[in-house]
Ligand binder design. Structure first.
Ligand code: GDP
Ligand code: MG
Length: 162
């Protein structure tokens, strides 16, 4: 069985962009408006001699109603299915209340969780990540999913125990 990596985070942080990079497809719809991926979406990828499965989700905001509630439900199901959770935040917008709400959920979850700070292209990595230490989910890992910055190194580390 492939290790399963779930991509979670609020809408628009770059989950589908990372999904596309990790699975080398254009299947996940990337958009400039929030919350386009309403269902869970599965893809496979490989790094070196290891293969993995990635789940893209629509995103959680922490206080949802209607369609947003359904999207959050998908995210929670993805977390249940995963061996590894990549919790994505946006290094350009900084920490938001929605990030804190999601972090509260992930902290009580038993899954191995990595805090991934996306969109750090053009930013100084350490200062972009600094804001997110307070989430209490460990070392924030700066990446740029759209450009591939630090992505291979991160996935290599994430897959190391598998
Ligand atoms: P999702 O809602 O979390 O799936 O986010 P998307 O993958 O749809 O991306 C939302 C927006 O962020 C799109 O306009 C992407 O092009 C943009 N984006 C994603 N990754 C990066 C990145 O590494 N750097 C920058 N500057 N923009 C990014
Ligand atoms: Mg998406």
């Amino acid at each position: 069985m492939n290790p399963v990596i779930a991509l979670v985070g609020r809408p628009n942080v770059g989950k589908s962009t990372l999904f596309n990079r990790l699975t080398r497809t254009r299947d996940a719809l990337v958009a400039d408006f929030a919350g386009l991926t309403r269902d869970r979406k599965y893809g496979n990828g490989a790094l070196g001699d290891k293969t993995y499965t990635v789940i893209d989700t629509g995103g959680i905001s922490g206080n949802e109603e209607g369609i947003e509630a359904a999207m959050a439900e998908q995210s929670l199901l993805a977390i249940d299915e995963a061996d590894i959770v990549l919790f994505m935040v946006d290094g350009r917008s900084g920490l938001t209340a929605a990030d804190e709400a999601i972090a509260n959920h992930l902290r009580v979850n038993q899954k191995k969780t990595w805090l991934v700070v996306n969109k750090t292209d053009g930013l100084e990595e350490h200062s972009a990540a600094a804001d997110f230490w307070q989430l209490g989910l460990g070392d924030p890992r700066p990446i740029a999913a759209a450009h591939g910055r630090n992505v291979t190194a991160l996935i290599d580390e994430v897959l190391a125990p598998f």
